[in-house]
Write a protein that binds this ligand. Structure first.
Ligand SMILES: [Fe+2]
Ligand SMILES: [Fe+2]
Length: 498
């Protein structure tokens, strides 16, 4: 029996819009879930997805990808690989598998909302595949992570993380709830598909996959690639939506959605991918610095796409984003190392003398700034006072990012906390951009309590163990130095020689 070619039936088959008889269009597509901008149906009819796929093709391609990734996994002895891996690589795997799967799982529902409430049939079609993609991303990453559960307790967090109030998890939830889950389908699709997926997932899934390949972690690399190839497809929902917004005279609103989500997701990826790439990946296996990856994927490719659509770079690009590329993840890494007990993974410092040379070469001025703080940590480690490298008090958190408030230490000292007083409460922000986002819509953000706010509000059990109990982290489930201070040995020898 002859079969029609896809191009002969695709457009016809996916034009499934109809005019409802018994309810109004408004009831079928409530603005708060669907399109908060009141864009007319005539615009939605023109939605044209750049990447067309049918269910039959989809299933076949996905099956092949799965078979590929799972056979690499079963061909390589993963436990053996893990045992032999360098401590930094272990930190990275532990961090990744605790942080990513639940965000993927959340994305299933974000796409499902686009499937139900998107007004354009092409958008609903692509989003249906998006939901299936994200289901697969949750499953494969949980499965690959769980393989190591006999090797290290941290991999339990692939499943456990979202059910805790760990501070890292609170920070992630705050960002992705805002971007993916609490806005109408049009807004969250632009924020999720365009800013988050097109802007940043490359950093964790392509950059890290290149490092993984170089490191010989073929199954992690293959797994990341299967995920990113889906991202490359479903992230394309964003572009036709932005085009429709512009045609309907909604440029200002589209730009604002990008400006908010770009910053929010940048902060998350800076802490996750920035630390993983510049501090955890073993030195010999680093493909590029995090900054070089950002310059390529974000400053070049993403910006080009943004401009091609007729939008501008976010207002804070030159004054806040570009400087942040050189600084933010370095500052976060210091906090992550110091507060290692509060995280599920065993963090390495990644600042042995040779690694410092690399950091100084990639980030000129690193020694005079972040290196100065590490100098104090090194002194304490060398004199056997490792207790002094673990602060006994909680840090201040940004009320937008949920991450530690940081600045630039050392010779270029630049630490300035922004704050805002509202309804008898003081809110702290890590940057003017975080404050700007808050002030756009205080009602959206003001009820949230950061980790430190919860402590002050008495929500945690009393005593020194209170914060750990609150995070569901009994003794034995807390991070320790990933290489048991071996990183400082180079300085020990140097001190002895002097
Ligand atoms: Fe995903
Ligand atoms: Fe995705």
């Amino acid at each position: 029996m002859g079969m029609l070619a896809t191009r002969d039936w695709y457009d016809l088959a996916r034009q499934t819009n109809w005019t409802p008889k018994y309810i109004s269009t408004e009831q079928m597509f409530p603005p708060q879930f669907s399109d908060g901008y009141g864009i007319g149906m005539e615009f939605w009819e023109e939605f044209d997805e750049p990447y067309k796929v049918t269910y039959r093709d989809y299933v076949q391609t996905q099956r092949e990808k799965e078979v590929g990734a799972y056979s690499v996994k079963s061909a390589t002895s993963r436990s053996e690989f893990y045992r032999k891996a360098e401590p930094g690589w272990k930190s990275m795997l532990q961090f990744h598998f605790g942080s990513i799967p639940f965000v993927e799982y959340g994305s299933v529902s974000a796409f499902a909302r686009m499937t139900r409430f998107g007004k354009a049939p092409g958008m609903r079609n692509m989003a249906t595949f998006g939901s299936l993609d994200e289901t697969r991303h949750s499953q494969i990453q949980m499965f690959f992570g769980y393989e190591f559960i006999g090797e290290h307790r941290a991999f339990d967090w692939a499943h456990k993380a979202p059910n805790t109030d760990n501070w890292v998890v609170i920070s992630e939830r705050h960002c992705f709830d805002d971007v993916e889950h609490t806005r109408d389908a049009v807004s969250s699709a632009i924020m999720t598909n365009f800013s988050f997926e097109q802007g940043f997932t490359n950093l964790q899934f392509i950059a890290l996959s290149a490092d993984a390949k170089k490191y010989g972690d073929y199954s992690f690399s293959a797994m990341l690639q299967t995920v990113q190839s889906d991202e490359a497809r479903h992230s394309q929902i964003g572009e036709p939506l932005i085009e429709i917004m512009l045609k309907a005279g909604r440029k200002e609103e589209a730009q604002r959605l990008i400006d908010i989500s770009f910053w929010r997701v940048w902060k998350q990826f800076s802490a996750l991918s920035g630390v993983s790439i510049d501090y955890y990946t073993p030195l010999e296996r680093r493909e590029h610095s995090f900054k070089e990856f950002v310059e390529n994927f974000v400053c070049t490719q993403f910006l080009r796409n943004l401009n091609a659509l007729g939008l501008d770079k976010p207002w804070y690009w030159d004054d806040h984003f570009l400087p942040d590329i050189n600084t933010y993840h370095h500052a976060q890494q210091i906090g992550i190392y110091l507060y290692r007990a509060t995280q599920w993974w065993d963090a390495v410092a990644g600042v042995s003398p040779r690694e410092r040379d690399w950091l100084e070469q990639k980030y000129p001025g690193w020694n005079d700034t972040f290196g100065q703080t590490w100098g104090v940590i090194i002194e304490n480690v060398l004199s056997g006072r490792t207790d002094r490298t673990e602060p006994q008090f909680l840090p201040m958190f940004c009320n937008m990012t949920g991450l530690e408030l940081t600045g630039i230490p050392g010779k270029n000292w630049k630490v300035k906390a922004e704050h805002l007083d509202l309804d008898g409460r003081r809110y702290h922000f890590g940057s003017p951009v975080d404050k700007w986002i808050f002030e756009l819509e205080p009602e959206r953000y003001k009820g949230h309590l950061s980790f430190i706010d919860r402590f002050v509000a008495g929500l945690m059990p009393a005593g020194p163990e209170g914060a750990f109990e609150y995070m569901n982290m009994p003794v034995g489930d807390r991070g320790v130095c990933g290489d048991n201070y071996a990183w400082a040995n180079g300085y020990r020898n140097r001190a002895a020689a002097e």
